[in-house]
Design a binder for this molecule. Structure first.
Ligand code: CTP
Length: 407
């Protein structure tokens, strides 16, 4: 039960996909949690499910006609646009995403979306090939950049028989995403936060490098969570294939040395640092300017140490809160505490990367947050976005100097 949804005005937009029937559960769940729900259906959606279902569940008429008039003086798309605290389109087809991203407003749902100042969210559901089509991907990226929230589809067997990404997200995840929007605190407003993410690359020659499997997901989730809580976020990132979170300043780097320089430049003006990048500890002593040829049976590489960025931040620390990360394969607590002390950190997030659900490539994480006072807080297995919010919650609770009296 999410009390945060109580008395919120939520417009559910339903578009024409087979998952339209699942919107009944969304409406029903929102109503049970005390929200007020009005439903807009497209003509195509009505081919899949009857408006009567939603009228019954929401206790309100279902809107679909551009030219019907609910009141004597207001037209529906304007009154619904003003009434809504959130408009959530679920399921959202490639068509509605394409239309909104190009400013097309040719039916009640698109005109309402165009006219609203409320947050608009999309829960896409479509065939995997459609979802992966570069046109759809570009439309999603463009909308994300403009602040529209996307609730990613799940993977699984689709109605068309294909298996892959494109299944409407689980109902609970959709409800949670709407609730998260309402409970999004602005407790980092006015704070500058530095986040590092992803791997580094240590070049051997122009076409070869030493790196690690970090995907950057954890760091990007932290950056996005901080931004959603009002922070001015500066994300220094190694090479990853993730879209930059909305409203975050991005600095792309490749090597540990480049990361070191950018981080040191930004550090003095930041109040909090989340150092989640998987930095290469060593780099080749010599960089070959031309591609190395396989002339010899053996090739010996001599590696030299890279700067320990976090350790340097610890040395130069004034009143910043420093949060380090320790990805370990054994002796988790012991190694993490050692790093916390040696690098003069305030907190360290320790996780055992050999555990299923807590590794580099996973969408979830689980771990321990250890404080410099010796407190250990277990963070359960959560998706990386929620894990990020939990880390921030716990860090803020224990960092009185970060708490803004105005919030
Ligand atoms: N880190 C860093 N610069 C480095 C190495 C690590 O800033 N050259 C940071 C990481 O971003 C992380 C923390 O230090 O926040 C711990 O990184 P990790 O790779 O777990 O540990 P190391 O200090 O490299 O020690 P070891 O490899 O011996 O476990």
């Amino acid at each position: 039960m999410n009390t945060v949804l109580k008395d919120k005005n939520i417009v559910i937009g339903i578009t024409g996909g087979i998952a339209a029937y699942k919107a009944a559960d969304i409406v029903s769940s929102l109503i049970k949690q005390g929200a007020r729900v009005k439903v807009i259906m497209t003509r195509n959606a009505m081919e899949f499910i009857s408006p009567l279902t939603f009228e019954t569940l929401s206790g309100n008429p279902v809107y679909y006609d551009m030219f019907s008039r609910s009141g004597a003086w207001e037209i529906d798309h304007i009154s619904l646009a003003k009434w809504a605290d959130v408009i959530a389109v679920a399921p959202a087809t490639a068509n509605i995403i394409g239309k909104v991203s190009h400013g097309i407003a040719d039916d009640l749902l698109t005109t309402t979306i165009m006219a609203t100042k409320a947050q608009v969210m999309f829960a896409p559901a479509m065939n995997t090939n459609m979802y992966n089509n570069s046109i759809v991907r570009e439309n999603i990226s463009a909308l994300k950049e403009k602040g529209y929230i996307f609730i990613s589809p799940a993977e699984g067997r689709l109605a068309c028989g294909d298996v892959g990404e494109g299944k409407l997200a689980a109902i609970d995840d959709i409800i949670q995403a709407i609730a998260d929007y309402f409970s999004r605190k602005q407790d980092l407003k006015g704070k500058r936060v530095l986040v590092t993410a992803g791997p580094t690359r240590e070049y051997i020659d122009p076409v070869r490098f030493i790196s690690n499997p970090s995907t950057g997901k954890m760091g990007y989730a932290i950056a996005a969570a901080c931004a959603s809580r009002g922070a001015d976020v500066h994300l220094v990132t190694g090479p990853v294939s993730l879209s930059p979170p909305d409203g975050v300043n991005i600095y792309s780097v490749e090597t540990a040395q480049e990361m070191y320089e950018k981080v040191m430049e930004l550090y003095p003006s930041c109040q909090v640092v989340f150092k989640s990048a998987a930095v290469g500890d060593y780099r080749p002593e010599t960089y070959q300017t031309n591609k190395i040829k396989k002339d010899n049976d053996q090739l010996t590489l001599t590696l030299i140490k890279n700067p320990d960025i976090l350790k340097e931040l610890g040395k130069q620390k004034k009143d910043q809160i420093l949060v380090g990360f320790a990805a370990e394969t054994q002796n988790l607590l012991e190694y993490a505490i050692k790093k916390l002390k040696e690098k003069n950190l305030d907190f360290i997030v320790a996780n055992d990367v050999t555990k299923t659900g807590a590794g580099f490539k996973e969408d979830t994480n689980e771990g321990l947050l250890i404080t410099c006072e010796g407190e250990t807080i277990a963070i359960p297995m959560l998706n990386k976005n929620e894990f990020a919010h939990r880390i921030i919650d716990e860090v803020l609770k224990r960092s009185p100097r970060l708490i803004d009296k105005n919030h």
